[in-house]
Design a protein around this ligand. Structure first.
Ligand SMILES: NC(=O)c1ccc[n+]([C@@H]2O[C@H](COP(=O)([O-])OP(=O)(O)OC[C@H]3O[C@@H](n4cnc5c(N)ncnc54)[C@H](OP(=O)(O)O)[C@@H]3O)[C@@H](O)[C@H]2O)c1
Length: 295
């Protein structure tokens, strides 16, 4: 089975490396070609368009920034649609809104192609060992046919029903990520403001029921100002916008997520977008400092 991979950013690269380690043949494309070098040196075939990826593989994973990017690699010039064949399935791992996902999958269906939604939880550090958590939706027979590949990518695979569903569930997950990063950051900021070592805050939190993987792991990197991205602040801001848009489409509002989107947007406007999402702490630090100077 030849797998195609379109999008070799932070996540796609790690997923691709793991598929190669698991003895799959991989054909990869990325808009910015130098981001495919690591995969090439581990045996992936690098091609020049999504169309070529589709022509040369049976199962194509798209792992790009947002819904516009998925549409572009799918239906744009030299997109996947120009390389389709009867033995092809598409699986979109990007975090996008469920409405776009339904539009994209129905466009593929019109052309005789099934698309699965396969958003994931977990970053490159777990993707590299096949330890993601994967939420799948789309045609159930297509899911069953390709379940083995999904179980290579992830240690837990949840099948959730029709197209779009997995993306809605994924958005409920990313809402947690945004809130947790903010609440830990505000805890650290409050401790620092009172001249208390923020490590004390983390050490005590981590002895309680309210600890999380984030407070136990990333928390200690955050207080060392270590924000090398595993998932960029810019991408989490993109997801907050998607969560709020999706909520509005269901006729509901999410007050905390609305506020969080504003804070992450300000961080983005102030140049913090390329940091890890936990760099929201660095933004709070800089905005607290400038407020103190103004006062
Ligand atoms: N990192 C994580 O921990 C994580 C976890 C779960 C889900 N995700 C989701 O997975 C997706 C990829 O995340 P990532 O962390 O790998 O992000 P990333 O490092 O920022 O990579 C983004 C990828 O999208 C491509 N891209 C963006 N716009 C494009 C367009 N218009 N046409 C073609 N390609 C385009 C980029 O190509 P260029 O290199 O040319 O810019 C790059 O390959 C996102 O939807 C993200 O929300 C990420």
């Amino acid at each position: 089975m030849k797998i195609g991979l379109i999008g070799t950013g932070i996540l796609g690269n790690a997923v691709g490396m793991h598929l190669l380690d698991s003895d799959f043949k991989l054909v990869a494309y990325n808009r910015t070609k130098n981001k495919t070098e690591k995969l090439a040196s581990h045996g992936a075939e690098i091609v020049n368009s999504p169309k070529e990826v589709a022509e040369k593989s049976e199962f194509v994973i798209t792992c790009v920034k947002d819904a516009d990017a998925v549409k572009e690699v799918s239906f744009g010039e030299n997109g996947i649609i120009h390389g389709i064949h009867s033995n092809l399935t598409i699986a979109d791992m990007s975090t996008i809104n469920p409405i776009s996902s339904r539009e994209i999958s129905s466009e593929y269906k019109k052309n005789g192609i099934e698309m699965l939604d396969i958003p994931v939880m977990g970053g490159p550090n777990v993707a590299i060992n096949g330890n993601l958590v994967l939420m799948a939706s789309g045609d159930s027979k297509t899911f069953e046919k390709h379940k083995k590949i999904l179980e290579t990518i992830a240690h837990k695979v949840f099948y959730l029903g029709e197209n779009g569903t997995a993306h809605t569930v994924k958005l409920t997950m990313n809402l947690q990520i945004a809130m947790l990063a903010l609440s830990i950051s505000e805890g650290i900021t409050l401790a620092r403001g009172a001249s208390i070592d923020p490590k004390i805050f983390l050490d005590i939190l981590n002895e309680t029921y309210f600890k999380t993987g984030m407070s136990e792991n990333k928390g200690y990197k955050m207080i060392q100002d270590e924000f090398t991205p595993t998932f960029t602040l810019e991408n989490l801001k993109k997801d907050l916008k998607t969560i709020n848009e999706t909520a509005r489409s269901f006729g509901i509002s999410l007050p905390m997520t609305t506020s969080a989107e504003q804070v992450y947007q300000q961080a983005l406007n102030n140049g913090f977008g390329d940091l890890d999402y936990t760099g929201i702490l660095a933004y709070l630090k800089s905005s607290t400092n400038s407020e103190n100077i103004q006062n």
